[in-house]
Design a protein around this ligand. Structure first.
Ligand SMILES: [Fe+2]
Length: 354
């Protein structure tokens, strides 16, 4: 069995392949690592045939939908998964065939209602991909949407921990780095599993009082409804526009490059405080509505500018979509421009408002 682990922060993804048929499943892929997964599959000479989410992740962005659209292969989740883009919905005990490998779905609710573990038998005791049900030295939390500590107790003690003790575990998170463990080792040493009484275990889980994951609502929006996370929107926009450096823009401005329009897309107060000399002001929020009046010539060279360099990238991508084919974005933003000591000018506003 081919087994490759890819770490993204604390999140773990797994490329699991059949060496005989060269078919592979990709388990818990994360947005931002897509090229890494494709590169690994190519390196090992396997084709990704299934994209698996062990559960609805609340703390990072799944790449299953993005990769499904790219590869045309099914997304596999548990039958209770709310994700609209899940194609194969496994029930407890059902098997996913990946070439000669058999992945048995174990429904293990508790971290989320739709959590499942995938067990692959082997002479060495086999492997189980535990999602966030069982971690190295820990368990998934049970306080996020659809989590339930009572169900987590049952999933662990009545189901997962009954596997062969030699079974290797592969969790969706590893906060401690580079570990390997088995069901038997976790039963013996995992602090959370020492509470073997249901009431004590549930009380312990309820006392954890963990802070909410950083991207909770954005992650659920992405992973349940197929939304696109902000980081991917920005990455896609970045791939579609050329950039001009701070020094390049300074040269153009000082050389009175009359063909170049500097378009500042920040809000009025920031623009008024300091902007690139000669810049026009068109806030991002009004870009599509006012662009025809402000930029009648779509053949002009335009540089979009914002404070940090992100909104200007999105604005440049929007302008390209609208037919401004010579638009570019400033690499950096006004903050970097000021910090580098390039000249700026302010605007005195004459009462009223924009
Ligand atoms: Fe999770």
């Amino acid at each position: 069995m081919l087994l490759e682990q890819v770490a993204t922060g604390g999140c773990q993804s797994y490329l699991v392949g059949c060496p005989t048929t060269h078919m592979a499943a990709l388990i818990d892929p994360a947005s931002g690592q897509v090229d890494h997964y494709l590169g690994l599959a190519a390196q090992h000479g396997v084709r990704i045939r299934y994209l698996v989410d062990t559960h609805t992740h609340a703390d990072h962005f799944s790449a299953t939908l993005e990769m499904k659209q790219m590869l045309g292969v099914p997304v596999v989740m548990h039958a209770l998964a709310p994700a609209v883009h899940a194609d194969m919905r496994l029930e407890h005990g059902q098997t996913l065939m990946v070439g000669a490998l058999r992945f048995e779905a174990l429904h293990t609710p508790g971290h989320t209602r739709d959590s499942m573990c995938l067990f692959v038998a082997g002479a060495d005791g086999g492997h189980v991909f535990t999602g966030d049900t069982l971690l190295f030295g820990g368990t998934g939390r049970s306080d996020l949407p659809s989590g339930d500590p009572e169900q987590l107790y049952d999933s662990l003690f009545e189901r997962l921990l009954r596997l062969d003790p030699a079974t290797a575990i592969h969790p969706a998170h590893d906060y401690k780095g580079g570990q390997a463990s088995t069901i038997g080792a976790e039963i013996a040493t995992n602090p959370r599993l020492q509470k073997r009484d249901r009431a004590e275990f549930v009380a312990m889980m309820r006392r954890l009082n963990l802070s909410a994951p950083t991207h909770l609502t954005e992650a659920l929006r992405t992973n349940m409804n197929g939304g696109v996370p902000m980081a991917r929107l920005l990455a896609e926009a970045t791939a579609r526009v050329p950039f001009i450096s701070l020094a390049g823009l300074a040269d153009a401005v000082s050389g009175r490059d009359n063909d170049l329009i500097v378009l500042d897309v920040r809000e009025r107060d920031l623009f008024g405080a300091a902007h690139v000399p000669g810049a026009l002001h068109l806030p991002r929020g009004q870009l599509e509505l006012l662009v025809n009046a402000m930029l009648p010539d779509p053949t002009r060279r335009i540089v979009t500018v914002c404070e940090q360099g992100k909104i200007s990238t999105l604005a440049a991508a929007t302008l390209r979509t609208m037919g401004f084919t010579r638009v570019m974005a400033l690499d950096g933003g006004m903050k970097a421009w000021r910090d580098a000591g390039f000249p700026s000018e302010g605007t005195v506003w004459e009462g009223g408002g924009l």
